[in-house]
Design a protein around this ligand. Structure first.
Ligand code: MG
Length: 369
C-alpha cells in the first residue's frame, strides 16, 4: 500500500473517506509517488487561474469600501482553516476537506452575490446561473492546464461534493461527511468575518450587535476573562469567541452522533444520512445573527449602492457582448457552438475579477457610449 494510504489507515476514522476507496478521475492517471489523490486535487485547485482570481473578487464589501476587509480568497482560506480543524478533530480525511474547501467558492462571479443575481437574470430563459454550477464548468471545461483534455481532472468525490452544492434542493442527497464539514465551516466563517468587517467598516457597532443572543453570550464570556476590554481588542476577541464557540459546538454535536453509531465505512455514514452541523439551539442562534447581518449589513445603504452599480455594469456588458460576440476572447467565442452565445458571455463575465470587469466595462461600454 502507498505510504499515504498507510498514513490514512493509521489516522482516519472508519467513517472517513479514504483515498484508496476513491472512484478516481474521468481521465485515469498513474498514482503519484508521494502525493495522495486528494492532495493532488487540492494542489490543482490552488494552482488554477480561477483560484488566483478569487483575490480580486468581492466577498461582501467591494474595493471602493477599502481593501482591509475579506476578499473571496481570504474568505476561502479561512473556511479551509476552520474546515481542516473540524475535519482533523473528527478524524476525517483532512486532504479531501481542504481540497473541497478551497474549491467551494471558485465559481463566484465578480461583485459577489450582486454579480451572481444579475447573471442569473440574464440567463433566466437559458437555465439560470449559479456560482456552484459555474465552479463545475471551470474545473471541468474552462481550466486548461493539461494538453490532452480540458479541466483539472479532479477526483469524483470532489466533483460530487460540488454537484451536491449546485443541487442542494434534491431530496436524496448523500453527502460525504467531509463535504458537510466544509458547509458548516463556510457558515461559521462568514458569520464571524462579516461581523468583524462590518464593525471595522463602521456599518454597525458591537453595542448594536449585542441585541443578538449569540453575540451577547460571547461578550459575557469575554468580559469574564478580560474585564475592561473595549474597541479593537474587543472586536478581535469577539471574532475568536464566535468561531470557537461554534466550532466546539459542531465537534461536540457531531462526535456524539458518530460515537453512537458504529460506521465501518464512509459510504455507510453517508447512506445513514448523518449530519455534521451545530446543535439545533446553536442553529437557531446562528439564524438570528444571520438575519440581523442580512438586514443591517448586506442590505446596508453603502453595500446596496455598490451592488446597484456593479449590476448595471454587468448588465450593460452582457448586452454589449451578446450583441457583438466577436468581442469575446477566442476561448469563449469557440464555446458559443456548444453552450450558446448568452451562456458563453455569462461565463466570460463570471470568470472576471472585479477590477478586470470594471476595466472591460470602460473599454466595451463607457468609451463607446
Ligand atoms: Mg463561502
Amino acid at each position: 500500500m502507498s505510504h499515504y494510504g498507510q498514513r490514512e489507515l493509521g489516522l482516519l476514522a472508519p467513517y472517513a473517506m479514504r483515498s484508496v476507496d476513491s472512484a478516481g478521475r474521468d481521465h485515469p492517471e498513474p498514482e503519484h509517488d508521494y502525493r495522495g489523490p486528494f492532495q493532488r486535487d487540492r494542489d490543482r485547485v490552488v494552482h488554477s487561474a480561477a483560484f488566483r482570481r478569487l483575490n480580486g473578487k468581492t466577498q461582501v464589501f467591494t474595493g471602493n469600501m477599502g481593501d482591509y476587509h475579506r476578499t473571496r480568497l481570504t474568505h476561502t482560506m479561512e473556511v479551509a482553516s476552520i474546515a481542516r480543524t473540524i475535519g482533523r478533530t473528527l478524524r476525517l480525511n483532512e486532504d479531501l476537506v481542504e481540497a473541497m474547501a478551497l474549491l467551494h467558492d471558485i465559481g463566484h462571479p465578480p461583485f459577489g452575490h450582486a454579480g451572481e443575481d444579475v447573471l442569473d437574470e440574464c440567463l433566466e430563459a437559458d437555465g439560470g446561473f449559479s456560482h456552484n454550477q459555474f465552479a463545475l464548468t471551470l474545473v471541468q471545461e474552462l481550466e486548461r492546464p493539461y494538453p490532452t483534455f480540458p479541466g483539472l481532472n479532479l477526483s469524483r468525490e470532489l466533483l460530487n461534493a460540488q454537484t451536491g452544492r449546485a443541487h442542494k434542493d434534491t431530496k436524496e442527497r448523500q453527502v460525504l461527511l467531509e463535504a458537510q464539514v466544509v458547509d458548516i465551516a463556510d457558515s461559521i466563517t462568514y458569520d464571524a468575518h462579516d461581523v468583524d468587517d462590518a464593525v471595522k467598516l463602521r456599518l454597525l457597532t458591537i453595542d448594536e450587535l449585542a441585541e443578538i443572543p449569540l453575540i451577547r453570550e460571547c461578550l459575557f464570556r469575554i468580559r469574564e476573562r478580560f474585564k475592561d476590554i473595549e474597541g479593537k481588542a474587543l472586536r478581535r476577541t469577539l471574532v475568536h469567541e464566535l468561531i470557537d464557540c461554534q466550532v466546539s459546538n459542531v465537534l461536540a454535536t457531531s462526535q456524539a452522533i458518530l460515537n453512537a453509531r458504529d460506521f465501518k465505512t464512509a459510504q455507510a455514514a453517508c447512506e445513514a444520512g448523518i449530519t455534521i452541523n451545530v446543535s439545533s439551539p446553536m442553529g437557531e442562534k446562528k439564524h438570528e445573527l444571520e438575519s440581523f447581518l442580512y438586514h443591517r449589513v448586506y442590505r446596508h445603504e453603502q453595500v446596496i449602492v455598490g451592488r446597484r452599480s456593479a449590476q448595471q455594469r454587468l448588465l450593460a456588458m452582457f448586452d454589449a457582448l451578446v450583441e457583438s460576440p466577436d468581442q469575446l476572447p477566442k476561448k469563449y467565442r469557440d464555446r458559443i457552438n456548444t453552450v450558446g452565445t448568452r451562456r458563453s458571455v455569462a461565463d466570460y463575465l463570471a470568470s472576471m475579477t472585479d477590477q478586470y470587469c470594471l476595466n472591460q466595462h470602460q473599454e466595451h461600454v463607457s468609451d463607446r457610449g
